[in-house]
Ligand binder design. Structure first.
Ligand code: GLA
Length: 697
């Protein structure tokens, strides 16, 4: 089978079907395996312990370039041959990397111009990783040559089931402001605008004497005296993502010309801001399987909800289909200010959260915790202290849990109505544009507001998808638009049509303000949505740090308020005191067959908990379990008439949930009342026969 059509329906099925012994699908379990960091004598112990834990998939070779190609055009594959043969002999499948993530020192030494340059003009040195500029022809040539060698050599290796291109594109070298990037940016702009007049218009260069007369005058938004032209910054983010994507596409093309296994590269969740620009919506179209890496922010008290939001976003990129958790950690990482270890049971809860939200497996960075190098304090599946450890026992326990959940593979995430009823809009351009400088308030954050709304639904037990403003939204009863500062004409028209044909739309403050060139939409705020929302706002009144304004309902607002009035909307809450007293804070407007709500401030968790029941009642959106206890997560996956309900208790109290079914992790029947201990997990299969799966070839 070939996966030359992107995001092929069966690509994740293709992988899971190859992980079980008799072709029966298994959820993926394993991690990055870096045997080159260890003497060969260790490898036998590695595979023995992998078998003990039930590991069935490992990613190999991600950072091996300097060993595989010791000098230009000279390749040494002996050790990798032996590793792959050993894994195969032990029934462990391989996600094989093309090893282009980190060029070797000899390469950077020989081609210093391949190194990326910061906005201040400082050229990066080598000595860490990912030290290359996406625009470098030398890098691309060398990466293509290595990819060709690896694909040719291992395309028929029986251990290999998928391909791992590069690693976390853009993590350390994005954006690059080198001369190569300047040239690439110029041709990207010529392609986008055609004429310099069109560029001048888009960039608003009449302002501050910025008019350009020739393409050659244009530079990346390098450090300047003060704010660089915002549209230039936005276009540079778009260009930088595209330039990097060209690297992926070139390498994937080579692999696909030799092999039919699915191809992926691992994404980094929400880390795709203006200063690390990778537009995963566009990238996902190029993946056979969407895979993501997720690391808990240890000190965030609601980090499990951030995990849930990231998993939902990843499922959005995968268009609702199963995806793969390529990396997470068994315990502490090494790169946060304070690397808090995971409490007993936390890793199992984290892993099952990802699976509940559509991952067909849970992999880790990395198999064996390193002895040397920058990540030696990062946890692994096999810790420094060996197997007599909490981490190892929990790894073995997780392997067992994932085996008992094998039947979940290939199912999709659903909600109370049988599908997911709520979508949150998350356009990359809107996020990037909202992160530009010289805005009304540093506290107004697209990511923070998005997370707040996701959290509100999370607390209510209502599953949410992530979508783009231009997607077909007709399947959703409710769509939320958190701080969509920039919206394209097409996105605005799509959201408008969605409401008028019967949808329910919530729009928050600082949305619809700018068009795709970052030009203000004139007339009234919130620009593109004023008519739809039935409000006319005239001036922003951002709040002081930590200031709040009391509202007539839903508590108090923070971060933001606005002066204005409702035109056709019904006011559900108004600002009570201060310079905008009497201005609307929360409104509802009938438009066509639907309703559109405006929230002109940032509501607290309590405020959102008061508002959500109103809008959910209007839109007929229900939770999976009513009155869900605090910090308990209930998520459902379904396939052909069978449901699997994942119940995860992140709280300190034992709870009882009104659910029935066959519990798959500890085994046993549950009849109407599931007892879930503090920190506990359960997965209930609905009663009735399991429908047989179609064989996968
Ligand atoms: C990323 C990388 C890994 C490793 C981990 C550490 O996800 O892909 O190679 O550095 O971070 O958390």
């Amino acid at each position: 089978m070939h996966f030359n059509t992107n995001q092929n329906d069966n690509a994740m099925d293709y992988i899971t079907a190859r992980l079980g012994s008799e072709g029966s699908p298994m959820l993926a379990f394993g991690g990055d395996y870096n045997p080159e960091q260890w003497p060969e004598e260790t490898w036998d112990e590695d595979v023995r312990l992998m078998r003990e834990a039930g590991v069935n998939l490992v990613s190999v070779g991600i950072f091996s370039w300097s060993l595989l190609e010791p000098s230009e055009g000279v390749y040494e594959f002996g050790w990798l041959d032996r590793v792959l043969d050993l894994l195969h002999a032990n029934g462990i499948r391989v996600d094989l990397a093309n090893a282009t993530a980190s060029p070797p020192p000899w390469f950077s030494h020989k081609y210093p111009e391949s190194l990326p340059v910061t906005a201040d003009g400082v050229r990066h040195s080598y000595g860490s990783r990912q030290a290359f500029a996406a625009s470098s022809r030398d890098y691309r040539r060398a990466a293509a040559a290595l990819t060709e060698q690896i694909a040719l050599r291992y395309k028929d290796h029986p251990a290999v089931v998928m391909w791992h291109v590069h690693n976390e594109y853009g993590c350390h070298n994005q954006p690059d402001f080198s001369d190569g990037a300047a040239a690439g940016f110029r041709s990207w702009l010529e392609n986008r605008y055609g004429t310099i007049e069109a560029l001048n218009h888009a960039w608003g260069t009449a302002f501050w004497s910025q008019r350009y007369y020739a393409w050659a005058e244009i530079l990346p938004p390098r450090t300047s005296g003060t704010w660089v032209n915002p549209t230039q910054q936005l276009d540079f983010a778009r260009y930088s993502s595209d330039e990097l994507l060209e690297c992926y596409k070139a390498e994937a093309r080579i692999i696909r010309s030799h092999s039919g296994h699915p191809v992926t590269t691992n994404f980094m969740g929400f880390s795709m801001g203006l200063h690390q620009p990778v537009d995963y919506w566009r990238w996902a179209e190029q993946m056979d399987v969407v895979s993501n890496d997720h690391y808990l922010v240890a000190e965030d008290p609601r980090n499990f909800q951030e995990l849930a939001a990231t998993a939902d976003l990843t499922r959005g990129w995968a268009q609702g289909k199963p995806w793969l958790l390529m990396e997470h950690s068994t315990s502490a990482v090494n790169w946060q200010p304070r690397n808090i270890a995971k409490a007993p049971g936390e890793m199992l809860r984290n892993s099952l959260q990802h699976v509940a939200r559509g991952a067909d497996g849970a992999l880790f960075f990395q198999w064996r915790a390193s002895r040397a190098g920058a990540e030696k304090f990062h946890s692994g599946m096999l810790p420094h202290a060996g197997t007599e450890t909490k981490v190892w026992r929990e790894v073995v326990q997780l392997g067992q849990a994932l085996r008992s959940l094998a039947e979940v593979a290939g199912s999709v995430v659903t909600g109370a109505s049988g599908s997911i009823d709520v979508a949150i809009i998350h356009d990359t351009d809107a996020r990037w544009a909202s992160e530009l400088d010289s805005h009304p308030s540093v506290d107004a954050s697209n990511i923070a507001e998005t997370r707040r709304w996701h959290d509100a639904f999370y607390r209510a037990g209502i599953p949410t998808d992530f979508r783009q403003s231009t997607d077909d939204l007709s399947g959703y009863r409710l769509v939320v638009v958190p701080m969509q500062y920039l919206v394209t004409d097409a996105g605005a028209a799509n959201l408008d049509a969605y409401v008028r044909s019967g949808g329910h739309l919530v729009v928050t403050y600082f949305s619809g303000i700018a068009d795709e060139n970052d030009h203000i939409r004139l007339g009234s705020y919130p620009g593109a949505f004023s008519d739809l929302l039935g409000v006319r706002m005239e001036e922003f009144f951002p709040l002081r740090e930590a200031e709040t304004v009391p509202l007539s309902a839903f508590g108090a607002g923070s971060c933001w308020s606005e002066l204005g009035r409702a035109t056709t909307a019904e006011v559900l809450a108004q600002v009570e005191v201060g310079p905008v007293a009497g201005s609307p804070a929360v409104t509802r407007n009938h438009a066509g067959k639907g309703r559109a709500y405006y929230v002109a401030t940032s509501l607290s968790a309590d405020g959102l908990a008061g508002f959500l029941p109103i809008v959910c009642a209007d839109a007929a959106v229900a939770p999976l379990v009513p009155d869900l206890p605090a910090n308990v997560e209930v998520v459902r996956r379904s396939r052909e008439g069978t449901d699997w309900t994942f119940c995860i208790n992140h709280g300190m109290d034992d709870v009882r949930l009104p659910l029935s079914g066959v519990e798959l992790i500890s085994g046993g029947d549950v009849d109407g009342g599931l007892s879930l201990a503090a920190g506990g997990v359960a997965v209930l299969r609905s009663r009735g026969p399991l429908s047989p799966r179609q064989p996968i070839h």
